[in-house]
Design a binder for this molecule. Structure first.
Ligand code: LLP
Length: 454
């Protein structure tokens, strides 16, 4: 088991994160509990910024908020001087309500609604990343109606298949995202945006080929395709674009001895490709942006659960059920993700038994970890599942009406709530009983009463 970020094990054999005892955290805040190691998150943000500004001065690191977005996370990201990628009016609202500087917001999405586009324009976000022709036209119309100019990037699908789960591949031509690279329709759309749309200012291109990518060569290849395409636009249209956003996608360690590339190697690969190719093609070096999400927050997150039922099926398996599951972490059911965990209250003990960690949702597929070696597990133990910072809370649901867990930061021995635990009252907060149903209940009650009095 490899400890992440600031994790350590104390003399009681308890897992510490950010100098806080996770067993105490579980008792203090309840479980399930998302714990964010703030120092680890800040460290990744800094590694990214340092590496990219070293290899590509003037470049920009944009945190992809879809991985994990809360008001406090926005503040940390701003504090670390990263920009922010949002993909919906809701994410934009979250960022704005946390006072994130709008000029450092990039607005993504493959089907932005007219009101989302108007919201982006009114709040003067830094760039809208335009996904398709329909959106381009709609954006021009909306900007015209609002009397504004919008700076955009156009999203290109470079035609690259990555070695990752099919659901998180986005660079292949058969994708719902972006304009396919090099087609005459795409070139016409780019020319139109650059020359015939008075309220649009085309700043550059964008691509994103997928997520949880462990092989830098594919990310380098995407950069190569994009630079070549930019050179082609210059040759064909006389159009020189100043910006190139290469998306996110760098993988993280989920289990075992996986060794994901560091931001430093990533920055080096990208800069080598972009700079040498630009020189070769006599193209001015564009401003490069990257949009990491998972690799900033993923390993900084740990989820704490309390063990409940432990059930043995002789000669088959031992199920250990915890008080959360696919509602707070749908990634196992969706992508067959593999997680690593430890018993936070027995972190120094040797693993002795093979168990399967089950969630508490009414689905056989609600398994968090199939086959993991742990020390002898008993009800009441605290299970810490690692690398849950990205795409856990942001994809969580209330399935089976489980309230979503609280989230805390731990930092230099101090823990603080950044998302309150949902309550049962929250679960029915938006429910309404139409008068018709309220009346029918009254009638039924009235009927019963009059029947009783007869
Ligand atoms: N930029 C764009 C345009 C994206 O679509 C994404 C992720 C990112 C950046 C950030 O990618 P990252 O660095 O986090 O890999 N729910 C899936 C992942 C979906 C990724 C969606 N787009 C999962 O849990 O694996």
């Amino acid at each position: 088991m490899k400890l992440r970020g600031t994790m350590s094990i104390d003399h009681k054999g308890h897992l510490l994160i950010g100098g806080c005892d996770t067993v105490e955290l579980a008792h203090q805040y309840g479980t399930p509990l998302y714990v964010i190691d703030e120092a680890a998150l800040r460290q990744k943000a800094r590694e990214y910024r340092r590496a990219f500004s070293h290899y590509m001065p003037g470049s920009e690191v944009i945190y992809a908020g879809k991985a994990l977005l809360t008001s406090a996370i926005c503040r940390i990201i701003d504090d670390e001087q990263l920009s922010l990628d949002v993909v919906s009016g809701g994410e934009l609202y979250t960022a704005l309500s946390a006072d994130f500087p709008p000029e450092r917001i990039y607005f993504h999405g493959n089907n932005k609604s007219p009101s989302e586009l108007a919201m982006a324009i009114t709040h003067r976000v830094g760039r809208v990343v335009v996904d398709n022709l329909h959106e381009l036209k709609l954006l021009q119309e909306t900007a015209y109606a609002l009397g504004a100019e919008v700076k955009i990037l156009m999203r290109i699908t470079p035609g690259i298949e990555t070695n990752t789960h099919a659901y998180i591949q986005t660079g292949q031509f058969d994708s719902k995202f972006g304009f396919p690279l090099g087609t005459k329709e795409t070139i016409a759309a780019i020319e139109c945006a650059a020359r015939r749309m008075p309220n649009i200012r085309l700043m550059g291109l964008h691509c994103h080929i997928g997520s949880q990518i462990m092989d830098l060569r594919t990310l380098g290849l995407a950069a190569e395709y994009m630079v070549r395409f930019m050179a082609g636009l210059r040759d064909q249209l006389g159009l020189e674009l100043a910006e190139l956003d290469l998306g996110g996608g760098l993988g993280i360690r989920y289990y075992g001895d996986e060794e994901p590339p560091e931001p430093e190697e990533y920055a080096r690969t990208i800069s080598k490709t972009v700079i040498s190719l630009c020189r070769q093609l006599n193209l001015p070096i564009p401003k490069v942006m990257v949009e990491p999400g998972r690799s900033i927050v993923g390993e900084a997150g740990t989820t704490l659960y309390t063990v409940g039922a432990v059930k043995d099926i002789p000669n088959i398996r031992r199920y250990v059920a915890v008080d959360g599951g696919m509602a707070d972490n749908p990634r196992v059911a969706l992508y067959q993700a593999v997680y690593e965990a430890c018993l936070a209250n027995k972190a120094a003990e040797q693993p002795t038994e093979l168990v399967t960690i089950a969630g508490k949702c009414c689905e056989s597929g609600d398994i968090l970890i199939k086959d993991i070696m742990l020390p002898s597990v008993e009800p009441g133990d605290i299970l810490a599942v690692f690398s849950t910072g990205a795409y856990n809370y942001s994809m969580a649901s209330n399935y089976n009406h489980l309230p979503r867990p609280a989230m805390i930061t731990v930092y230099r021995g101090i823990s603080e709530i950044i998302v309150e635990r949902e309550t049962y009252a929250d679960l029915v907060r938006l429910d309404r009983i139409p008068p018709r149903l309220a009346a029918s209940r009254k009638t039924a009650a009235g009927n019963m009463q009059s029947a009783a009095s007869r």
